[in-house]
Design a protein around this ligand. Sequence first.
Ligand code: SAM
Length: 238
Amino acid sequence: MKYIRSKKYETNQILEKMMGPNPLKLLEELLEHHRIPQRATVMDLGSGQGVTSVFLAREYGFRVFAADLWSSPTENKRFFDRMGLTTEQIIPIHADANDLPFAEEFFDAVISVDSYHYFGRDPEYLGKRLLPFVKHGGFLYIAIPGMKRDCHEDLPPELLLSWTPEQLDTIHDTVYWTNLIAQTEGIDLLSVREMESNEAAWNDWLACDNEYARNDRKTMEAGGGRYLNFIAVVLQRK
Ligand SMILES: C[S@@+](CC[C@H](N)C(=O)[O-])C[C@H]1O[C@@H](n2cnc3c(N)ncnc32)[C@H](O)[C@@H]1O
């Protein structure tokens, strides 16, 4: 991929807000050939410090609700102001994905980068706690850190250099996500695939001077990256 959109965001102001492998490269790939209507109202679910939300508003012209649990909506609002975005374009919300504060059938799409694995592993989550907020015919575009093959019974020591078994429990392969999501009623599962941007996104993250990136380097420098990928999931509400 050429990353024509995300390359414009390689500034200190953006890089210092990254919370993991470059979410903008992942998002650019995730939304390649997307089917979300123009000027759609979208939820950036698990929006973190807001870089993905800024990208969605600026690059695609969506009206974005930036919903996140751990980040401060006040700080995010300041960031959005600095990026020249108005509250017509982007709305920061403190929200738990398990108890979303929106009207049913409000969103044309939900987009989620590097977050869904924290709350989406409960088989009932999608159908009961997320899908109701999406319009019929609306889309979900999800990018999650994954494993090439699930190996939780026999974790490679390289992975344990950076993460605990409990943390690794959130990371799964395409078979796991396909089986989990396919059992949800009221959706068409359009695709589940490994992402090409995995390596580029990781390289950008590992180059950051950030305590979490430093921790992740232990696994990656030991070759643990060969067990990991990012997975893109696309589905539509019937
Ligand atoms: C690694 S960060 C990714 C942030 C952003 N999407 C990005 O790629 O820059 C993971 C985010 O998931 C969010 N998260 C985890 N559990 C959540 C929950 N139950 N509800 C909402 N957000 C949650 C955290 O608040 C955190 O900001």
